[in-house]
Design a protein around this ligand. Structure first.
Ligand code: CO
Length: 211
């Protein structure tokens, strides 16, 4: 059996199991999705959003990219955010990073990863630059990477708050709340590290007035 064929077999077994447990499961879900959460996570295969949060199909709307970035010019991310906030009306947006993140590690190296990856990693380098004083003091490389993972999550949550999408939703609906979490690959535990209640004021430079 080819490797990918195993996935299709596993899928059949899973679908059968779901139907046995709950005969209406697929019928119900096919008609409606009403997730309460938008998850912005790392593409890393070891951090599956639904598995580690015990959420089932229909409960969590997911966007993943390398190092869980919220980049202002990323149309993919912005379309997901807009749809999740304005159409699905999620109550919480979670940015979840993870310790030992390869993207964050790569951004700290001087390696040339060629144009596309360099461009992406540059966004993480900019976070390092912002917290350079604190980070440069941490001698142990693993601890320094993990601290950058935390600070990067915090920065990405701030980036969310800087979008007109979030600011308009805060004004009109008083949600979603924003959360910054970090998942531990070594123990499977998620650590909340930063959060912003709806309506939190940010640097006025980024606040829109005529929403
Ligand atoms: Co990662």
């Amino acid at each position: 059996m080819k490797q990918y064929e195993k996935l299709l077999l596993e899928n059949k077994a899973w679908a059968k199991e779901q139907t046995e447990e709950d005969p209406e499961f697929f019928l119900r879900l096919s008609k409606l999705q009403k997730p309460e959460f938008l998850w912005i996570g790392c593409s890393d295969s070891r951090v599956p959003a639904d598995k580690i949060t015990g959420t089932r199909p229909g409960e969590i709307f997911v966007h993943r990219n390398i190092a869980n970035m919220v980049v202002h010019t990323d149309v993919n991310l912005l379309a997901v955010l807009d749809y999740a906030v304005n159409y699905l009306q999620v109550k919480h947006v979670i940015v979840c990073g993870h310790y030992g993140c390869g993207g964050v590690k790569a951004s700290m190296s001087k390696t040339d990863f060629k144009p596309v990856l360099n461009m992406w990693l540059r966004n993480i380098k900019d976070v390092y630059h912002l917290y350079r004083e604190e980070l440069d003091k941490i001698e142990d490389e693993e601890s320094r990477t993990d601290r950058l993972v935390e600070l990067n999550v915090k920065e990405q949550v701030l980036h969310l708050a800087q979008t007109s999408i979030i600011q308009r939703a805060w004004k009109d609906n008083n949600y979603p709340h924003l959360h910054g979490w970090v998942y531990g690959l070594k123990d499977g535990i998620i650590k909340p590290i930063f959060e912003m209640e709806a309506g939190t004021h940010i640097d006025p430079l980024y606040e829109y007035e005529n929403l």
